[in-house]
Design a protein around this ligand. Sequence first.
Ligand SMILES: *Cc1c(COP(=O)(O)O)cnc(C)c1O
Length: 396
Amino acid sequence: MLSQESSLKLQSNRSSLQESGATVPLRERAWVEIDRGAIAHNVRELKHHLQQNCQLMAVVKADAYGHGAIAVAETALEAGASWLGVATIPEGIQLREAGIEAPILLLGAVNSPEQIQAIAHWHLQPTLCSAKQALIVSETLSELGKTLTVHLKLDTGMSRLGIPWQEGAEFFQQVSHLPHLQIGSIYSHLATADSPDPQIMNQQHQRFQEAIAQIKATGLPLPKLHLANSAATLCDRSCHYDFVRVGLATYGLYPAPHLQGLVSLKPVMQVRARITQIKTIPAGTGISYGYQYITAQEMTVAVVGIGYADGVPRNLSNKLHVGIRGQRIPQVGAITMDQLMLDVSSIPDLQVGEVVTLLGQDGQNQFTADDWADTLGTISWEILCSFKHRLPRVTR
Ligand SMILES: *Cc1c(COP(=O)(O)O)cnc(C)c1O
């Protein structure tokens, strides 16, 4: 176990660790492993699935769903992605500062002149959703003496960001006539593409097509179009248009069980921690805060150096299984801020320092964000995003 890890390179925002060029160091109690090979594999598989001439935008918002935005963006671009999507301006700046030159679409809203200055300075491409906002952007750019490529967002039924689709053509004409702006694309976002019932998705798609027909009728040149997230990319190739905006599938997870197997994806993230103490306690002993677990018989308990402050949800207490030496091991007692306990009675010769797999492959067992999400009644997106920066990201 340990020798395999010694080939892993550490990527951490703590420079002392970075400079040491350390490999997953014995000093780390817990970390997140990022498999660059899996990112490249997923991007290639997805690209293979796309309609001809459709490009892939890797959505790397929220630090690439917790995977580390720079490493993911670089790997995805090398593997054939041609666009990046982020939610916020600082997320875009971080990529530019790392030397990434690919076009970056800002999926979130921007409204203030200060934001527009930053966007223009860093060559990011904002999303516009209203005539008023477009006017502010155009005026700010005229003061700066700059032009910007912008993307128009239509709300076709998500009821989040976007101008109502019925007003799409009018909005398009208004923006077309504003100086300093170039329309790079028109897009919309689907609310239910991961549902086995396509009815709502089809309705949104139809509205998108109606809006595009009206935009075409203006006689102005039609910009690029995009609509699909991961789920629509997988399930409906008629949604592909000029780009697809793929987040979750880039990270190797399927948006829903019925979409499994349409392309072969590999999970990118593994979460591991070390055992910090082992002891045997008698029957009838309470474990952890609140004594939510009382031993029925003598138990060998291992303490592990990871907790809810690292992103292991406390609501998984007594419901979590982890991997050690290829065995499925139950977690016992309340998960605490920095530590959790395991019933390791089935591994009598276990040693302090051995590695525990919370997410990822251990022997024949695969521990997935989907399992955690099912147990918690949430979605795998939230699980991936929950791992804190206290855990160093280790890429290999
Ligand atoms: C986050 C996001 C995506 C990616 O969604 P996935 O389901 O993770 O593929 C695509 N488009 C927009 C507008 C988003 O906000």
